[in-house]
Write a protein that binds this ligand. Structure first.
Ligand SMILES: [Cu+2]
Length: 119
């Protein structure tokens, strides 16, 4: 029956949203610095932890003026569960990290997080 399967699908989808198990990927990756963090000094590391190996294809660090700051990555663009890169010494300001990647299951993923360095 078409109607029944439709409702079954709706219920399955609702449950999946409630439990968060629909997607193999967590919606919020753990990051370093944490999203919204206010730091007193330039962070030694920019890092993201993934729930499955991720080939990070792009990482960018920009400040409040939109200026890009190059980070030094060590992953050789290989799939990693924990990506980390070293930023240069950053002055006081607001920063945004944007990344794109390809998950082990072939899904393209992306994310952003922000932090601030204050006096
Ligand atoms: Cu996936």
């Amino acid at each position: 029956m078409k109607t029944a399967s439709y409702f079954t699908a709706i219920i399955a989808l609702s449950l999946a949203f409630l439990t968060g198990s629909a997607d193999a990927h967590s919606k919020k990756e753990a990051t370093e610095p944490a999203d919204g963090a206010v730091l007193e000094t330039s962070p030694p590391t920019i890092a993201m932890r993934f729930d499955m190996p991720m080939r990070v294809t792009l990482i960018s660090l920009t400040d409040q003026d939109g200026a890009a700051h190059d980070v030094t990555r060590t992953d050789n663009i290989q799939p990693v569960s924990e990506f980390s890169a070293a930023p240069p010494a950053l002055p006081v300001g607001q920063y945004k990290v944007e990344w794109r990647g390809l998950a082990d299951d072939g899904h393209p993923m992306q994310g952003t997080f922000s932090f601030e360095i204050a006096n």
